[in-house]
Design a protein around this ligand. Structure first.
Ligand code: HEC
Length: 188
C-alpha cells in the first residue's frame, strides 16, 4: 500500500516522453546530450515536447515558424518577432517542414537543454508574469495596458524601463514573452 502511494506521488512530478512542458526561464540549448557548447537559447512560455532524458539533459522537439531570411530562429508566430528558440547566427538547425507559406515555413526541430525549470501548465506562469509586470511597471506612472503596444514594440519598450525595476534577470524573458503574446496585434 505504502509503495503504491509513493509510486503515484512520484509519477505525478516525473517527466515522460511526449509530455508537453513550458520552461519558466531562458534555457541553454545544445545540439547533443554531452557537448558543453551552448548553441542557442530556448525562451520561456513556449510549448516543448519532451522526447527523451539523457544524463542531465532533456531532448526536446519544438514547433514554430522559420523565416527564410533568418533560418537560425524559430518564431512563435509568422506575424511578429516573438522568439521561441534562437540558435546562434552561424547555426542552421535541421528542421522538418510541416507547412510552407511565402517567406515562412512552419517547422519542427529537435535539440537538447538542461533538466529542470519547467512546468506542465502555461497559465500559472503567465499569471506570475502578469503580476510581475503590473506590480513593477505601475510604481511611477499609470500601467500601460498590455495591448497598448505591438509584439515588436514590447521588447525595446520593456527593456528601456527595466533598470528602474527590481525585476530579476531570470524573469526578464518570462515577462517579455507574456507582453509580446498579449500585445495589440496578437489578439485573436
Ligand atoms: C522608477 C520609476 C519608473 C518605473 C519603475 C517604470 N517607469 Fe516607465 N517611465 C518612468 C518615467 C519617469 C517616464 C517618463 C520618460 C522617461 O523618463 O524616460 C516613463 C515612461 C514610460 C513610458 C513612455 C515611453 C517613453 O519613452 O516616453 C512607457 C511605455 C513606460 N514608462 C513603461 C514602463 C514599463 C513597461 C515599466 C516596467 C518595466 C516601467 N515603465 C517602469 C518611470 C518609471
Amino acid at each position: 500500500m505504502w509503495k503504491q502511494i509513493a509510486g503515484i506521488a512520484l509519477a505525478s512530478s516525473a517527466l515522460f516522453s511526449n509530455d508537453v512542458v513550458y520552461f519558466v526561464k531562458e534555457k541553454p540549448v545544445y545540439l547533443d546530450a554531452t557537448s558543453g557548447k551552448v548553441v542557442g537559447k530556448l525562451l520561456p512560455t513556449n510549448a516543448v515536447e519532451i522526447l527523451a532524458q539523457e544524463g542531465d539533459r532533456i531532448k526536446f522537439k519544438i514547433t514554430g515558424y522559420q523565416n527564410k531570411a533568418t533560418p537560425n530562429v524559430i518564431y512563435f508566430t509568422d506575424k511578429a518577432r516573438i522568439f521561441s528558440l534562437a540558435f546562434a547566427k552561424n547555426i542552421t538547425p535541421v528542421t522538418q517542414i510541416v507547412e510552407s507559406k511565402d517567406q515562412w515555413n512552419l517547422v519542427t526541430t529537435e535539440a537538447y537543454t538542461t533538466k529542470g525549470d519547467f512546468e506542465k501548465e502555461l497559465q500559472p506562469m503567465m499569471e506570475r508574469a502578469a503580476k510581475l509586470y503590473s506590480d513593477n511597471c505601475s510604481m511611477c506612472h499609470t500601467l500601460n495596458a498590455v495591448d497598448h503596444f505591438t509584439a515588436n514594440q514590447w521588447p525595446s519598450t520593456f527593456r528601456s524601463m527595466l533598470d528602474r525595476t527590481p525585476i530579476q534577470k531570470d524573469d526578464v524573458w518570462l515577462v517579455t514573452q507574456y507582453l509580446q503574446k498579449n500585445a495589440s496585434d496578437m489578439k485573436k
